[in-house]
Design a protein around this ligand. Structure first.
Ligand SMILES: Cc1ncc(COP(=O)(O)O)c(C=O)c1O
Length: 322
């Protein structure tokens, strides 16, 4: 006989326990992926054309193809700033990436001169959105989560979104703990593949809980300390002029040297440097700055996994290879 219509079950086995905390962006719209966060903005604003940088990730094209919205590539200069040699009309927008989380001053400048602006903060998780500037984030570049994104807009669309499920895409993260990063790599690629053309949904409960358990202040501080340490030692040889401000929280340390074999030689020393972004070789012409960047930019990890000793080891290896 049921005496009380209790919604909550009592007892049973112990669920997975994750430290309880708060989201970094409790007031933003939580979604499943960065590309779908861009879709959210495009659906809301109904732009007919968007200017996007040659130097970005190809998955950003997904929402344009899905919604049948025109896009046109633009170039960036040696400071990673957009070359604004085109005119935006009322129905067009500019998409700019806060590259490596160190271009916040450019974001501020653009927000003062461009009305229809979309900021891609996938590489700048900790950089807060500017009010009235549509901004999106992707969480998995910064933390060990399978997916997750946020959107900041002045208005919200009344989309009745289902909540995504991430449990089938987390095997690489479990392997990274029980074995190591290398052993989880094939799963990482397969799970990445599952995010391709994945429907726009609300952030999964699993990702939400994992994100609530993070010590954001600690992560932010480590990133900054590691970055400044590397910059102090590498600034002289770095062809990229870095003008970092207090508002910036970097994703990686971008080192630009004209030595296309350095990436391979670092990998031989177990320092894994991804290419940002392989699609740029198809999109941009071989004599473009974007092509040069994709080929030569060495993005050194500086995140919460690493301490000063790790940074010294990286420097020692770099110095012996350069
Ligand atoms: C600059 C940039 N923006 C957006 C995205 C898309 O984020 P997500 O993978 O969460 O869709 C990526 C990479 O995936 C990226 O590198």
């Amino acid at each position: 006989m049921k005496v009380l219509n209790s919604l909550k079950s009592i007892g049973g086995y112990m669920p997975l326990q994750i430290p309880m905390g708060v989201s970094y962006y409790p007031t933003l719209v939580p979604l499943n992926t960065g590309r779908n966060a861009l879709e959210y903005i495009l659906r809301l604003r109904k732009y007919t054309k968007v200017y996007i940088p040659y130097f970005t990730c190809e998955v950003l094209l997904e929402p344009f193809n899905k919604l049948n919205i025109e896009y046109e590539f633009y170039n960036i200069d040696v400071n990673l700033d957009p070359i604004l040699d085109f005119k935006l009309d009322d129905n067009s927008a500019l998409l700019y990436t806060n590259y490596f989380g160190i271009k916040t001053s450019t974001v501020m400048w653009l927000s003062s001169i461009i009305k229809n602006l979309i900021i891609d903060n996938a590489q700048a998780f900790f950089v807060k959105p500017i009010s009235n500037v549509d901004t999106f984030y992707s969480c998995r570049k910064f933390f060990g989560v399978p997916d997750g994104a946020y959107v900041s807009t002045s208005t919200q669309i009344g989309l009745n979104l289902k909540t995504d499920l991430s449990m089938g895409r987390i095997s690489h993260l479990l392997t990274s703990i029980e074995k190591n990063i290398e052993d989880g790599y094939q799963d990482y690629l397969a799970n990445n593949e599952m995010l391709v053309n994945n429907e726009i949904r609300k952030m999964s409960t699993l990702t939400t809980k994992l994100l609530e358990g993070i010590d954001y202040e600690g992560c932010e501080l480590i990133r900054k300390n590691n970055f400044y340490f590397l910059h102090k030692h590498l600034e002289k040889i770095n062809r990229l002029r870095i003008e970092i401000t207090n508002e910036d929280v970097p994703m990686v340390y971008p080192l630009l040297v004209e030595d296309a074999s350095l990436r391979e030689r670092l990998i031989e020393n177990k320092i894994f440097i991804p290419t940002y972004w392989p699609n740029v070789f198809d999109w941009a012409s071989p004599d473009s700055y974007e092509y040069f960047l994709a080929k030569n930019l060495i993005t050194i990890p500086i995140d919460h996994r690493y301490n000063m000793q790790d940074m010294r080891s990286i420097l020692a290896i770099l110095n012996s290879l350069l």
